[in-house]
Design a protein around this ligand. Structure first.
Ligand SMILES: NC(=O)c1ccc[n+]([C@@H]2O[C@H](COP(=O)([O-])OP(=O)(O)OC[C@H]3O[C@@H](n4cnc5c(N)ncnc54)[C@H](OP(=O)(O)O)[C@@H]3O)[C@@H](O)[C@H]2O)c1
Length: 283
């Protein structure tokens, strides 16, 4: 295992960024209140003022509003594609590694299970923006890592705007309702933010070759499966009814089944185990 050296984490107060800050003690973390990464001049000034060249930059900043991206594709492309492209050129120039995260929504879901080498075919503006980001990062030719992940859960990020994860939304609903409906015909991989942060650390420590990596907890789950398991582990009596995705019409098209198969990194534990660990840590 190699020493990683100094690390800069962007989006440090988000769901994943918060876990990375715990796992990389001594890392420098920036969030929106430190600098708007889309203000290219201000961001460059912050980089110049760092006083050191980071050995690795880990970029968690993203436009994650999947439906909102259909109305504002230019915002999604600016943050999910153009910014990581600029960042990758800077890290290449400085000889730093770059970890950038992407999504299972770069796939259309027709194949169901996807390896790192499978060809993306996004269905939505969000998926397209993330796929373009992957390409621009790879084009830099530096020591880049595109880590595709899916449905992240974990403690809410420190940032005020940080969204609650599906787990907390389901637990809030359980306090108010006897029955809830959950979509049963959309299947994704599921990822505990702490496990993804640990996989990221492993990737950098192993000085892995540049490329695309899949990092999610093992297995797949529909929103219905996920909700049932949350209530089972948390001992909630709320009943979960399976419904088709047409029950909740949304702007963006989602893949019906997009499970990420990890063939490159040490395997992560099954999602049910990770979920039990997360819920147990808060009991
Ligand atoms: N969450 C998921 O289920 C999921 C699934 C697949 C892939 N991913 C990918 O995984 C990565 C991490 O996701 P996450 O859920 O941890 O994201 P997150 O919680 O939304 O965190 C992103 C952080 O970046 C900050 N940020 C946004 N725009 C910024 C800007 N212009 N300048 C500076 N900071 C800015 C956000 O601040 P504000 O809160 O103030 O906006 C937030 O603290 C992303 O690349 C995401 O696309 C996530």
């Amino acid at each position: 295992m190699a020493e990683i050296g100094k690390v800069l984490i962007l989006g440090a107060k988000g769901t994943l960024g918060g876990q990375l800050m715990r796992l990389f003690p001594g890392a420098t973390g920036w969030d929106r209140e430190d600098v708007d990464v889309l203000d290219a001049a201000a961001f460059q000034a912050r980089l110049d003022g760092l006083g050191f060249v980071p050995a690795a930059v880990v970029n968690c900043v993203a436009f994650n509003d999947v439906d909102g991206a259909e109305d504002h594709p230019e915002r999604a492309f600016a943050l999910n594609a153009e910014f990581p492209g600029r960042l990758a050129r800077w890290t290449k120039e400085k000889g730093a590694a770059l970890v950038h995260y992407s999504t299972n929504y770069v796939f259309d879901g027709a194949l169901g299970e996807y390896r790192e080498s499978d060809a993306p075919a996004p269905l939505s503006a969000y998926g397209n923006s993330k796929w373009r980001g992957e390409q621009l990062v790879a084009d830099s030719g530096g020591r880049w890592y595109v880590v595709r992940t899916a449905v992240i859960f974990g403690p809410k990020g420190e940032s005020e705007l940080s969204k609650k994860s599906f787990v907390d939304i389901m637990l809030d609903l359980a306090a108010k309702r006897d029955t809830i409906e959950a979509v049963a015909d959309e299947i994704n991989s599921v990822t505990y933010a702490a496990d993804l942060a640990a996989a990221t650390r492993g990737l950098l420590e192993a000085a892995s070759p540049a490329g695309v990596y899949h990092a999610t907890n093992r297995g797949g789950a529909s929103w219905y499966d996920f909700a049932r398991e949350i209530y089972r582990i948390a001992g909630k009596k709320t009943a979960v009814l399976p419904v088709p995705s047409t029950r909740f019409p949304r702007k963006a098209k989602r893949p019906p089944r997009a499970i990420l198969i990890n063939t490159q990194l040490p395997p992560l534990r099954p999602w049910q185990e990770a979920l039990a660990d997360f819920l147990g840590s808060r009991a």
